[in-house]
Write a protein that binds this ligand. Structure first.
Ligand SMILES: [Ca+2]
Ligand SMILES: [Ca+2]
Length: 368
């Protein structure tokens, strides 16, 4: 347990320190009584840093510390991994992210990102998943920079392209440097070639000026992509992703200041809480949530729900807590094909269930 909790120690330490010294608030959250409550689905032996559903309802789990891609039917965890990536054993490195191809039903493609065993780089690989095993089919990208901020989150978008987030590798000056892949969102064809429509000819770079992007999600209603970025002691951000956009992180960054040529965030949190996941909820199961952006964080263990306006420059219309602060640190949030909200923590996977049903279950248990 100590090892598990120490894996994110540097991030946590920084953010807790910040909390202690911070004054001034972030968003003006309203906090209606939560209608959904967490229910433990299963514990995970490693650190489930990223989770993803296949269209047929399997839940895949990337374990940061073991390099294993695990599989679940959404209720129990299989003891046998789908794959073990040759990834770093250094604390905090390892298997960083995974994403399911939107055409998974026909091509069975899974994408993963991981720090290599010698800690020299991050690789993005394409795998083919069968019932019980996933095998590497090729490399999408190699030689991405490694550091304290490594990003490594993936989005296989409905446009058929793969978006890859990086961190600034601890060197803020690289975030706007187009000769480096640090501090960027990259975009590739899944076969490892660079899309001709990328903003810089021949380069995987799609947008720049990021510190450490852990959250990336697509709004299926209009295909727009949103990313979070983690600020230092200020300015955790949610951003809409635009081709060639500059998101402002740089050496000597000034809190709250957006340069004239930079893309302004649509939402910020100061003091920052370490946003780990953003996910659009577009299913009909929980109709009150439909169209909202779920924003989860590491420090307070909360999930916010933001209702955004449509269009190229969305604004936050409403904000509330779906899951109040005070729970375990959240690493990822996903929506199952049946519309249930799942999230992973440092050692488990939970799902949100109607609070009323949970209470009824509780009272039934206490009155056998
Ligand atoms: Ca995920
Ligand atoms: Ca920014």
């Amino acid at each position: 347990m100590n090892r598990r909790y120490s894996l994110f120690a540097s991030l946590l330490h920084l953010l807790l320190l910040m909390h202690a010294i911070a004054c001034g608030g972030g968003g003006s959250s309203s906090s209606p009584a939560p209608q959904l409550t967490p229910e433990l689905v299963f514990e995970v032996p490693g650190v489930p840093v990223d989770i993803a559903f296949t269209p047929d309802g399997r839940l895949l789990i990337a374990e940061l510390d073991t390099g294993q891609v695990r599989v679940s039917d959404g209720a129990t965890l299989s003891p046998d991994p789908l794959a073990i990536l040759p990834s770093s054993q250094t604390e905090g490195f390892g298997l960083l992210g995974l994403a399911i191809d939107p055409n998974f039903a026909t091509n069975s493609n899974l994408y993963v990102s991981f720090v290599t065993e010698d800690d020299s780089a991050i690789q993005v690989a394409r795998l083919i998943v069968t019932d019980s095993v996933a095998t590497v089919d090729g490399l999408v990208l190699d030689a991405l920079p490694v550091g304290g901020h490594s990003g490594g989150k993936l989005l296989a978008s409905s446009d058929g392209l793969l978006y890859i987030t990086t961190g600034d590798a601890g060197m803020p000056a690289l975030a706007k440097d187009v000769s480096s892949f640090a501090g960027k969102v990259l975009r590739m064809h899944p076969d490892g070639t660079v899309p001709e429509s990328n903003p810089i000819a021949g380069s995987p770079i799609f947008s720049l000026g990021f510190r450490n992007v852990f959250g990336i999600t697509e709004r299926s209603s209009d295909g727009r992509i949103f990313v979070s970025d983690n600020g230092p002691d200020c300015d955790d951000e949610v951003n809409i992703l635009v081709s060639g956009g500059d998101y402002g992180w740089e050496q000597d960054y000034a809190c709250g200041v957006v340069g004239e040529l930079e893309v302004p965030p649509i939402y910020t949190l100061t003091p920052s809480t370490g946003i780990t996941a953003v996910r659009f909820y577009e299913h009909t199961l929980h109709s009150a949530l439909r169209g909202t952006l779920l924003v989860a964080d590491f420090v307070t263990g909360s999930i916010r729900q933001l209702r955004l306006s449509s269009g190229a420059r969305p604004a936050v219309l409403e904000e509330a807590f779906l899951l109040e602060p005070g729970g375990p640190s959240i690493l990822d949030v996903e929506v199952s094909p049946t519309g249930e909200i799942y999230f992973s923590t440092l050692g488990a996977v939970y799902r949100l269930v109607p609070a009323e049903a949970a209470e009824n279950l509780g009272s039934r248990d206490s009155n056998p």
